[in-house]
Design a protein around this ligand. Structure first.
Ligand code: PEP
Length: 251
């Protein structure tokens, strides 16, 4: 049985006081979930306090990016072993904001994915098309290219230790959610495309949907047969909303 998962992406929001309140409410609200069904990916400086707070709870944590390099003169970068020091389980790789604002192309994303797995972190690999690409009818081609760069570099078997997040760029932070069947269509494409190389890995792969998931639309999205949970941005900063979205997995 493939795992269900909801991951919060805090992006560059929060401070010590707000985080403390948010985490207290999340921990209190998520007593019924299994370990590794719910996680938060937080800004680097807060990893020690998040680790302190979430240790011995059923909630995992991780980072939003990692260097492809192991160590060296890479000013401003953070390595996988540094994330290991703070007990991270997950790291988001190839988020569309990293791709569009920080120049991460498919090759860099693949290097980071390999580094994450080499460092015993579970990559949450983000793929997805822009509005312009969708309107041109090349959604599947774009996603295929994003996946194939990973498979060519790391092998299809690497996906047995990864999570994929389908995040249509036009739905991230815009309030425009993909309709459940629209998202399901792309999730099916992702699973089938990986299935042509390895059916068992494809069937077991956790594929999250991300893009304006809220407490009031999570249930219909997560009810789709190939949507195994969500990657949640804005709503992960509102405790009640995030708790409600996570608890949708139990329904
Ligand atoms: C995200 O940051 O990955 C995301 C999906 O954001 P939002 O939920 O705010 O659209």
């Amino acid at each position: 049985m493939r795992k269900k998962l909801v991951v919060g992406n805090w992006k560059m929001y929060g401070n010590s006081i707000e985080n403390e309140q948010l985490l207290n409410s999340i921990v209190a609200g998520l007593t019924g979930l299994q370990i590794e069904q719910c996680a938060v990916c937080v800004p680097y400086p807060y990893l020690p306090s998040v680790q302190n707070k979430l240790n011995n709870t059923n909630i995992s944590w991780g980072a939003q990016n990692v260097s492809q390099y192991q160590k060296g003169a890479y000013t401003g970068e953070v390595s996988t072993s540094m994330l290991n020091d703070f007990g991270c389980t997950f790291v988001i790789i190839g988020h569309s904001e990293r791709r569009s604002l920080f120049g991460e192309n498919n090759d860099i994303v693949a290097e980071k994915y390999v580094a994450a797995q080499g460092g015993k972190l579970t990559p949450i690999l983000c793929v997805g098309e822009t509005l312009e690409q969708r309107e041109r009818g090349i959604t599947e081609q774009i996603i295929q290219e994003q996946l194939m760069t990973i498979i060519n570099k790391a092998g299809v078997e690497s996906l047995s230790k990864a999570v994929v997040a389908y995040e249509p760029v036009w739905a991230i932070g815009t309030g425009k959610t993909a309709a459940p069947n629209q998202a399901q269509e792309v999730h099916t494409f992702i699973r089938n495309s990986i299935g042509t190389q390895d059916m068992t890995i494809a069937k077991e792969l956790t594929i999250l949907y991300g893009g304006s998931v809220k407490a009031n639309n999570a249930a219909e999205l997560f009810a789709m047969p190939d949507i195994d949970g969500g990657l949640i941005g804005g709503a992960s900063l509102v405790a009640d909303d995030f708790v409600a979205i996570c608890n949708t997995l139990n329904n």
